[in-house]
Design a protein around this ligand. Sequence first.
Ligand code: AMP
Ligand code: ZN
Ligand code: ZN
Length: 302
Amino acid sequence: MTKNCKYCNKVAKHFVPNLGASLCDEHFLAYFYKRVRRVLKRVGRGKRILIGVSGGKDSISVLYALSALLEEFDLEIGSLHIDLGFPHMEECAEVFKRACERTGAKMYEISLKEEYGFTVPDLAEKVKTLCQACGVIRRYLLNKLAWEEGYDFVATGHNLDDMVYFAFNNLITSNISFLNTLDSVLPPIPNLKLVGRIRPLFWLNDADSLTYLKVIGAEYCTKKCPYYKETKQILIKPLFDDIQKRWPQSKVNFVTSLRKLVRLSPITKEREERMKPCSRCGYPSILEVCSFCRLVEISNKP
Ligand code: AMP
Ligand code: ZN
Ligand code: ZN
């Protein structure tokens, strides 16, 4: 039996996990953009935003969604793809380039190998967790380019499922101070050369990006990082999916409740207080030398 959209008489083609209901094309797009707008309203109009684009479904969705809301928010957008040196990921770079052409976003590409002489797989034997090192490198290069090119914010494709996982993981590993970054917008700290961070998909599920790209007819790269299987996400995310099937609001409520607790606690102040300029590169760091500069050093050792 075909079901009707939750909001109109049209056929409902798209299940929306947060609503526990299905929508037609038109109402799905309204739902999707409403949640992206909720984040953009916090940064205000006329901002320059650099999007980190891997080519995967989430970052490609951010690129199209911000392009669609460009005039409404008077945005200027750029888009950066970092070649981290994983073999078989060239397809993602091609998807990225075509998406930049289609949206007209200013395109930037950085090759870790060409700029710094090493790749992420080169670090495999040298660091404890490659995924963590990869994250450090991406965050650093995104912030650096954004700072140099005068962008106000870096946007990433992190979505509600990522945030639920991030929060839960920090709770079970007793790293609650990281929860101070559990937000859709983190303001810039110019005296530390730190641009702001924005997560336009903060209130949307994994499934919503896939639906969005299907509705607008856009391609994305399905190649996963070869190390993905090793991450804890694969174990933890399905637990929350099961809970959400019974209680559609559970993920939104989990994140909202934790954010309320964080606001009430002294850890909210720690982000700025703990950072100072790295003694080598001048970008923000908690230790004397930043994690990125230490990785560069490790990569040079035999
Ligand atoms: P992940 O940790 O793989 O879920 O990636 C988180 C976010 O980082 C993505 O949504 C992108 O915005 C950004 N990102 C990941 N890989 C790259 C890349 N190779 N180049 C630029 N940005 C990236
Ligand atoms: Zn409808
Ligand atoms: Zn440094």
